[in-house]
Design a protein around this ligand. Structure first.
Ligand code: ADP
Ligand code: ZN
Length: 216
């Protein structure tokens, strides 16, 4: 079974995607994580992507679409997957629909993690990420067990460059213009499921599981 996580930057869709990926034992595919890995490894794609990401802009559709298509074609996706941060534009949504059809995959649900802009701005400043394994934390809502250290791999946590205030404002604007229309798009297909993302991460996970009719 396959799922899409939708939501504004900082809505917590990454955290929920990881929870569902563990719960259902299916791969978590985050385009943000994949792009950051490319940046770290200084690939051509990474160099191109960095120019956009650092400005709070979306990476051009064709780059991300190709990357996702390659990932979905890998055998571990046969049992299902969770897309996190993709699709983010109507062009990507249409390209995904086509790719899913080609691969014979069916979407079970599009999970929209809903959080108002005001909360987003406050949240982003508290966000921390593990530069090694990509796990995300929040100093208030989802703190690591030990201050500043990743639970999973014990690496020192860091703040993402694109989590600065002006960049966050830009990312929110981009979200409203380019990504929000997808809510209507998937709602029209009757596969949209919206959860209140202002609750604690555990409550949000439980609400998603309930809405999906699965046991948490
Ligand atoms: P967030 O959801 O908090 O913005 P992500 O890690 O998902 O964080 O993405 C970080 C950045 O990577 C985005 O701001 C964007 O520049 C780029 N990116 C990620 N996914 C996509 C996508 N599907 N299309 C275009 N750009 C993307
Ligand atoms: Zn880690």
């Amino acid at each position: 079974m396959s799922y899409i996580m939708l939501g504004a930057p900082g809505a917590g869709k990454g955290t929920q995607a990881i929870a569902l990926s563990n719960q259902f034992q299916i791969p978590h595919i985050s385009t943000g994580d994949i792009l950051r890995t490319h940046i770290q490894q200084q690939t051509n794609l990474g160099a191109k992507a960095k120019e956009y990401i650092d400005q709070g802009l979306l990476v051009p559709d064709e780059l991300v679409v190709d990357l996702v298509k390659d990932r979905l074609a890998q055998p571990d996706c046969k049992k299902g997957f969770i897309l996190d941060g993709f699709p983010r534009t109507m062009v990507q949504a249409h390209a995904l629909a086509e790719a899913l059809k080609d691969l014979g995959y069916v979407l079970r649900a599009v999970i929209n993690v809903d959080v108002p802009d005001e909360d987003i701005m406050i949240r982003m400043t508290g966000r921390r990420i593990c530069p090694n394994c990509g796990n995300t934390y929040h100093i208030q809502h989802h703190p690591p067990l030990e201050d500043g250290v990743c639970d999973r791999c014990k690496t020192a946590l860091s703040i993402r460059e694109d989590d600065q205030a002006e960049t966050v404002a830009k990312r929110l604007q981009v979200y409203h213009q380019q990504t929000r229309p997808l809510i209507q798009f998937y709602n029209d297909q009757h596969i949209l499921l919206t959860v209140d993302g202002t609750e604690s991460a555990t409550t949000v996970t439980q609400n998603i599981m309930k809405a999906l009719g699965a046991n948490a």
